[in-house]
Design a protein around this ligand. Structure first.
Ligand code: SAM
Ligand code: DTB
Ligand code: SF4
Length: 326
């Protein structure tokens, strides 16, 4: 059953259930909605890096912190195409382009729309994450054929002001509504391990699951601690608690692709295997996230091989037929 009426204590209790009960329920629901042995593979590219005016305390790309990221302006289309072809050759079905902007200008939206059209021709689903969008900007990206827009809520509303002061939770919700109105699919999740309590994690899941429509993709990131950011040195989250939160996300948003996102370089194969059992069915592949490292291709193929997991094949061209069949 798809619900949008979760309350906080119910979600705290859900995350805190006996581990075996929680994972069994998550896996049972997972099997009702998804192929249990297939994982979707997406690849990330930072198309504009660093120098961002926002003050997100986790982020190496904020201009407020000295992290030594290699700052660059918007990449030319040829560089983006080369990365997209490599991603496709590596088995990715979706190509996500990230820009360190608070909000793009109309000119920047036009430039990104051209990148979207070019990447589509490679035969990949497209996703971008560019910061806040107006209604018209969202429509322009949708008209260019953009499939997904990533815009994370990142944490619970009551904790947002401790992490970011340069924008509000309602700014985030407004962009998400603009993306939906324009007819695009939504990729929206958050970061765990920023010092939040279980109630904080529950608060993030509650917001996501109580949106008018569940996001099609829900990235769950483990904080990547980058030196120079204010959250560097935060006490690390127990990986079992991360897995519990993934399981709760699966139970609360049965149809969504739950993505085991940033933080995999610090996770054992066993921890990642438990994330897949808990209902994660998407990853970022490629040796770089936006600015920080990710497991390399050999490590990921070995992980998939040892677990008998297949990379999901492209649905481009068949998605409409699929929708008719359902
Ligand atoms: N500037 C745009 C925005 O913030 O919406 C798009 C790019 S931003 C880097 C995309 C997402 O990356 C953030 O919402 C956050 O969830 C994630 N992120 C950034 N730094 C991270 C870190 N150190 N660890 C985990 N996730 C991180
Ligand atoms: C998401 O939720 N995680 C990705 C993607 N969406 C854009 C970004 C992770 C960034 C990790 C830190 C970095 O590499 O800069
Ligand atoms: Fe800028 Fe996005 Fe990083 Fe925040 S998360 S500082 S908005 S790039």
């Amino acid at each position: 059953m798809i619900r949008h009426d979760w309350d906080s204590s119910e979600v705290v209790d859900l995350i805190g259930r006996p581990f075996n009960d929680l994972l069994f329920e998550a896996q049972t629901i997972h099997r009702q909605y998804h192929d249990p042995n297939a994982v979707q593979v997406a690849t990330l590219l930072s198309i504009k890096t660093g120098g961002c005016p926002e003050d997100c305390k986790y982020c190496p790309q904020s201009v407020h912190y000295d992290t030594g990221v290699d700052v660059h302006g918007l990449l030319p289309v040829d560089d983006v195409l080369e990365a997209a072809r490599n991603a496709k050759a590596g088995g990715a079905t979706r190509f996500c382009m990230g820009a360190a902007w608070r909000k793009p200008t109309n000119r920047q939206v036009k430039q990104v729309a051209e990148l979207v059209t070019a990447v589509q021709e490679v035969g990949l689903e497209t996703c971008t994450t560019l910061g806040m969008l107006t209604n018209q900007q969202a429509q322009e990206l949708a008209d260019a054929g953009l499939d997904y827009y990533n815009h994370n809520l990142d944490t619970a509303p009551e904790l947002y002001g401790d992490i970011i002061t340069t924008r509000t939770y309602s700014d985030r919700l407004e962009t998400l509504a603009n993306v939906r109105d324009a007819g695009m699919k939504v990729c929206c999740g958050g970061i765990l391990g920023m010092g939040e309590s279980r109630k904080g994690r529950a608060g993030l899941l509650l917001e996501l699951a109580n949106l008018p429509e569940h996001p099609e993709s829900v990235p769950i990131n483990m904080l990547v601690q980058v030196e120079g950011t204010p959250l560097h040195g935060t006490e690390e989250l127990d990986v079992l608690e991360f897995i519990r939160t993934v399981a709760a996300a699966r139970i609360m948003m049965p149809e969504a692709y739950v993505r085991l996102s940033a933080g995999r370089t610090e996770m054992s194969a066993e921890a990642q295997a438990l994330c897949f059992f808990a209902g994660a069915n998407s990853i970022f592949a490629g040796d770089q996230l936006l600015t920080t490292p990710n497991p390399d291709a050999d490590e990921d193929s070995e992980l998939f091989r040892s677990l008998g997991i297949r990379a999901e094949v492209s649905t481009i061209g068949s998605s409409e037929a699929h929708a008719v069949l359902r």
